[in-house]
Design a binder for this molecule. Structure first.
Ligand code: BES
Ligand code: ZN
Length: 615
């Protein structure tokens, strides 16, 4: 019980924790269901329509209006109804826009109001939407639209309680040009004909950040009984070949952590400008085409997004402070899936790469941002998108595994997913549950678990797990010997090296190799020409550091052909470090900027100091 006491001390305000990134008032009124009726207008680049929300009172205070999050939406009218049939206009108010958060939309309610309908249109700066011209797609013939709602951008295409602490079901009618297909984070019928008029149902309650839509020239390929892949016609074959083990991955995770609770699991391969590697939209993961390496070497990304079907989508972070509950658990599950399907060596190698990457990031991250239960008040939630929630979070679970053993931790996790299924929880709620179901009863082990230190202290505890992988050790040694001039390029033991070994080799090279060594590597191993996006990314970073000119064209191509934030941000940052690099960065960015997703644009603008007036 000392633990419970400690926990209360750790989270003095646990009972009243609120989401610093939402105006919504779920303690008084909560949205349980959204019925969307939306028209997708490619000519005007606008979504127009109605969101009809089913609400419920959660307090006795009847004076409270419904408060919704919006950003940049044009609200045409709001109306309310008691029975869902007869609606009357409501005198809504739209607050002045606040940076980052947008404008609160307040709709007065009477005693019996159960439905609120908002008629609205999206604005030109909707950061959730990317409208692609035909030229920006693989097929070059049809336009494409997709949404990216996480973390707080759902409010830029739907007026909604945009906090992960609120869950809702939804149904949607989506009208598009006839020849395009619409898919959503909901039930998608793989055999669906293209009609331009599509209906969707999501019967499980989800947070707003998991609302997702994509419209384009999409084709479906079946992979397993409940798995498949959507992509543009010219991409779908390659994607299906890369993802053959998808069904097996689902089974592997079910075996460990209980049934997959979402019916189908499909993957949509996105256009190259997709700003993330993957997004766990329920039933339909969105994945960057940069994972299509041709040799399945980057499919851990699928394991990751699939794992979110348990950690994240089933049990959800209640606020963005608790983001590590989503991502740390997911990285841990991802590696367990990888171990089941591809073996221990592969999972270990990826764990080593993860820890290495975390160490590098910790080296120049402010202390307060090294904490799992991070404070993001006044900042964009994506500012918390570092290796800390991901890799430090996963190491915490690995540490619990080391203390309690796999069988115990697995049983705990399975019970956790079952207990909190379809709920959103805070770090404090997790800690209480952990105490009750794992720590309690063995004070020695509970002390060794170091929960307070893991959740609330910067850096890593001294006994944090330090994964090792033999084949990576060899790559690391090779990098050291090569940098020291002890082995020639021809003598490097690269035969049968996995992409993970290559990554580790490149990661382990110093930033100041002797002149000529980059060139020799490139001539022998053609790294500038690699088709593996992660290897290419590491190579290009090194190339910028070493002014390796033969990679210049490929760097420019990579920065204009794909839009993943994780690749763009470090490359632009590295370029900005020298005057010539800065010049190049700005020239490339001027060309590439119109091709990037608004979320990537926001981040890169800040890195290169972009100002509208200047160019
Ligand atoms: N949910 C995240 C992506 C995300 C996080 C988008 C926060 C917006 C805000 C997704 O599951 C993710 O973590 N993607 C990673 C890949 C993964 C293998 C680590 C990415 O996109 O790089
Ligand atoms: Zn994730």
């Amino acid at each position: 019980m000392t633990h419970v006491f400690l926990l209360v001390a750790m989270f003095p305000s646990a009972a009243v924790e609120r989401d610093a990134h939402s105006f919504a008032n779920p303690r008084h009124v909560v949205v349980r269901h959204a019925e969307l009726d939306l028209q997708i207008d490619f000519a005007e680049k606008v979504i127009r329509g109605d969101a009809t929300l089913t609400i419920e009172r959660t307090s006795a205070d009847r004076k409270q209006p419904l408060v919704l999050d919006t950003r940049g939406l044009a609200i045409q009218f709001a109306e309310t109804s008691d029975d869902g049939k007869v609606f009357a206009k409501a005198e809504f108010t739209l607050d002045k826009e606040v940076p980052i958060l947008g404008s609160a939309l307040r709709v007065p309610l009477n005693d019996k109001t159960r439905y609120v309908r908002i008629r609205y249109a999206t604005g030109p700066n909707s950061t959730a939407l990317q409208w692609l011209s035909p030229g920006q797609t693989a097929g070059k013939k049809q336009p494409y639209l997709f949404t990216q709602s996480q973390a707080i951008d759902a409010r830029t295409w739907i007026p909604i309680q945009d906090t992960p602490g609120v869950r809702l079901t939804y149904s949607a009618r989506i009208r598009t040009p006839n020849e395009l297909l619409a898919v959503m984070s909901a039930g998608n019928d793989p055999g669906r004909k293209r009609t331009g008029d599509y209906r969707f149902e999501m019967k499980q309650p989800i947070p707003a950040y998991l609302l997702a839509l994509a419209v384009g020239d999409l084709e479906f390929r079946k992979l397993g009984p409940r798995t498949g892949v959507y992509a543009e016609p010219s991409v779908v074959g390659k994607a299906a070949a890369e993802f053959v083990e998808l069904e097996e991955m689902v089974r592997a995770c079910e075996k460990l952590y209980g049934p997959y609770r979402w019916d189908r699991y499909d993957v949509l391969v996105m256009p190259p400008s997709f700003p993330f590697g993957g997004m766990e939209n329920p039933r339909l993961t969105f994945a960057s085409p940069t994972v299509l390496a041709g040799d399945k070497s980057l499919v851990s990304l699928l394991a990751h997004e699939l794992a979110h079907s348990w950690s994240g989508n089933l049990v959800t972070n209640a606020t963005w402070r608790d983001f590590w509950l989503n991502e740390g658990f997911t990285v841990y599950l991802e590696r367990r899936i990888m171990e089941s399907v591809y073996g221990r060596a592969r999972a270990d190698a990826e764990a080593v790469l993860g820890r290495r990457s975390l160490e590098r990031e910790l080296a120049d991250l402010p202390k307060q941002d090294q904490i799992l239960h991070i404070d993001l008040t006044g900042r964009q939630p994506v500012d918390g998108l570092t290796d800390v929630p991901y890799e430090k979070g996963a190491l915490f679970l690995k540490h619990l595994e080391a203390v309690y053993g796999r069988p115990k931790l697995d049983a705990f996790l399975k019970g956790y997913f079952e207990h909190f299924a379809f709920r959103s929880i805070t770090t404090a709620e997790f800690a209480l549950y952990l105490d009750e179901h794992l720590l309690k009863g063995d004070a020695v082990k509970a002390k060794a678990a170091k929960v307070e230190e893991w959740l609330h202290q910067p850096g890593l505890p001294s006994d944090a797990p330090n994964p090792t992988a033999d084949d990576l050790k060899k790559a690391e040694q090779a990098a050291r010997d090569y940098a020291a001039g002890k082995v020639a390029t021809a003598a490097l033991p690269v035969k049968n090296w996995s992409p993970q070994q290559w990554l580790h080799f490149l990661n382990s090279l110093p930033g100041d190799l002797k002149p000529g060594l980059m060139k020799l590597l490139d001539e022998r191993f053609h790294l500038t020409a690699t088709g593996n996006s992660e290897v290419l990314f590491q190579w290009l970073l090194l190339s910028i550091k070493h002014r390796h000119a033969p990679a210049d064209d490929r760097l420019e191509a990579f920065l204009t052909e794909q839009g993943r934030r994780k690749f763009l941000m470090p490359l632009y940052s590295e370029l900005m470090k020298s005057p010539e690099g800065k010049e190049r960065a700005l020239t490339i960015y001027a060309k590439a900027r119109p091709l990037y997703h608004p979320v990537s644009v926001e981040s890169i603008d800040a890195i290169v100091g972009w100002k509208k007036e200047e160019r």
